[in-house]
Design a protein around this ligand. Structure first.
Ligand code: ADP
Ligand code: MG
Length: 276
């Protein structure tokens, strides 16, 4: 799908706030987050543990909702949609991948991947055919009848990605998808995500690993529920001179964050060297 930066954003968050707790003990996991995401962006979200990355992803994935602010998906406020419409979006437009894979251990690989199709009322044979097709694209067809515990971590995550994609969602959310994997398997997963990005899908990925941000077209650093920096990377030239930094009000991690994102960029050029 052709990408256009002038098109309306696929995701637009305006002053999104998520609060946990009550009264004196309440605190904002997200604090007035404003963010526009275009179709076809590959965004890496970074930041220290507890800064709100998972909360942000859960709200974008309609697994949770904000207390204040607005979330527009394809130009429509999600608050205005019925729970049936939310369920439809969750199963058709958005695919989610978790750090812990979340495969169902009593189902084999094929059945795991076919699972999201069950909720659509598709007949079993068709479901398994569709699952088999997508596993082929991940070169996992010879593992179809394996149980999840017979797979390596990297293979489990690839099955989980295949499951997230079986309904052909255009937005893929990944919460530390390589957090439990070694460096080699991490790069295999990143190559898969990169392929999906090249096909025009929108990817939002949380990661702790600065070297993986080299796959992204944009790097967002979060701190204390806010966006501390937002860096656009020009993939064609490998330049980062299009850096846009959004200053943080309360803290001043600007230099620190700028360093992190700048350090991340050369990893693309030296990727081979770095991983051997
Ligand atoms: P991250 O993914 O960046 O590590 P989270 O989004 O999981 O951070 O959490 C952000 C903040 O919100 C943390 O302070 C966390 O303790 C708090 N939080 C997350 N989920 C809950 C919850 N269900 N109840 C209370 N506090 C929560
Ligand atoms: Mg998290």
């Amino acid at each position: 799908m052709p990408k256009s930066t002038t098109a309306a954003p696929v995701i637009q968050l305006t002053k999104l706030t998520k609060r946990y707790g009550f009264g004196d003990t309440s605190h904002n996991a997200l604090d007035e987050v404003t963010l526009k995401i275009q179709q076809g962006e590959f965004i890496a979200v970074m930041g220290p543990s507890g800064c709100g990355k998972t909360t942000l992803l859960n709200i974008i994935g309609l697994l949770d909702r904000a207390n204040e602010g607005d979330y527009e998906l394809d130009g429509k406020s999600v608050e205005s949609l019925s729970s049936k419409q939310h369920a439809y979006i969750r199963s058709n437009q958005i695919g989610i991948v978790f750090q812990s894979f979340n495969l169902i251990h009593r189902l084999n690989v094929l059945e795991n991947v076919a699972l999201p199709l069950t909720y659509k009322g598709m007949p079993r044979t068709k479901r398994l055919e569709r699952a088999s097709e997508i596993l082929k694209t991940f070169h996992l067809q010879e593992r179809e009848y394996y149980m999840p515990w017979q797979l390596s971590g990297g293979q489990m995550q690839r099955v989980a990605i295949a499951r997230a994609l079986v309904n052909h969602p255009s937005i893929i959310l990944a919460d530390e998808p390589t957090g439990n994997l070694d460096s080699r398997s991490s790069h295999v997963i990143m190559e898969e995500l990169s392929q999906l990005h090249k096909q025009g899908n929108t990817i939002i990925m949380v990661t702790h690993n600065p070297s993986l941000t080299s796959y992204a077209s944009r790097v967002i650093n979060m701190l204390d529920g806010k966006i501390a920096s937002d860096t656009h990377i020009r993939i064609d030239t490998g330049d980062i001179d299009t850096v846009t930094k959004i200053p943080l009000n309360r803290h001043s991690p600007k230099t620190k964050n700028a360093k992190t994102t700048k350090a991340a960029k050369p990893a693309r050029k030296t990727k081979k060297k770095a991983t051997t």
